[in-house]
Design a protein around this ligand. Sequence first.
Ligand code: BGC
Length: 404
Amino acid sequence: MNFKKLAKMAVIIIASVALLSACGSSTRGSSASKSTSPSLKKGDLIGISMPTKADQRWNVDGANLVKDLKKAGFKTKIEYANNSPSQQSNDINNLVSAGAKAIIVAAVDGTAVGPAVEQAKSQGDIVIAYDRLIMNTKAVDYYVTFDLERTGILEANTIINKLDLKGNGGKTKPLNIALFAGSDDDNNAPYFFKGAWDLLKPYFESGQLVDPSGLVTKDTTDADWKKISVHAWDQNQAQKQMDAFMTKLSQKPLAAVLSPYDAISLGVMKSIKNARPDMSPSTPFSASNPDNKSAWPVITGQDGMDIGITNIKFGAQAQTVFKNVALLANKTTSILTQIADDKKPKSTDAPMSNGKKDVPTWLLKSDELVKNPTGDQKGLHYEVEVGFITEKQYQKDIAAPIIK
Ligand code: BGC
């Protein structure tokens, strides 16, 4: 073959390759909206790994996910890890062995779960971090949660308003406050605290607020949250920590408690009742009478648990940050459906770093529930309206106080 013939053949080959690849991309449509690894199809098994059955919300989360995923044409298998990081790793391994092509993980311990999701990823699984980010690994594809700082912002604003800190609250004599943060192994906890602390810190600096335990001072930073964290969000642990606070408080009045979770709030209330039986929700803290030693403090919460509803109804708790978790299950299902339809899901918020990867993130909006709503706040019955609890359960919740 002479040089001319060779050159002619090369031109033909190059032209055919170009034509073929052009056809290929046109049959795949606009490549920007298509996935590069369409590893999932309808009918595939999706593994769901939830942290514990002991907390009300994770039961509702799990049930919603199963319902939505089935409706979307997937099969599901769900495991609850009893709040144990090692059990959760086993659960994830078992889900993958059972054939799960994607796993949805609400981590017990965001870091400890790393190796298990890496193993899942190595089998080709899609990994979705659900509500809690999985830390220090590249093996996370997507993160769906609620706006994390908003929890703390709503809680702090309730305290600021009820204590009249923008007015005269604490100006003649500092008001006493106890502060709690969430579990030390949960990446959400520092965000909740940051949302609250950025708003409360100025009142420590001005001397209007003081923590008699000395754990939190005007020099505390967002990074110090572990000093007041409650491991595993545990009610009994919170009660113990509050017992220590009450010893330091002694017979002085208590204006407020920043609590990031309804079960922590209940532990706090039990401790207050033991240490200071004179304090009662029937005499709530009032900014016009801050020296009343028997006044019940303003206590915040999160999750809209049944106990939270009861405590708000009977005045023991001021508010709860409620997450309509049905929306979170919808979002998760829609991500997996898009992948199965060979589309690339587009996240709506800035990616969150887990230390190893900027994970595509969706942040949903939580609501604030109170007894007598104003403005954007919602009443307690809202939980029935969005299907989080039944009317029957609601009636049970508002039947009798836990803390008198
Ligand atoms: C969740 C909260 C929940 C807490 C305790 C956090 O990771 O975001 O909604 O209150 O865990 O279960």
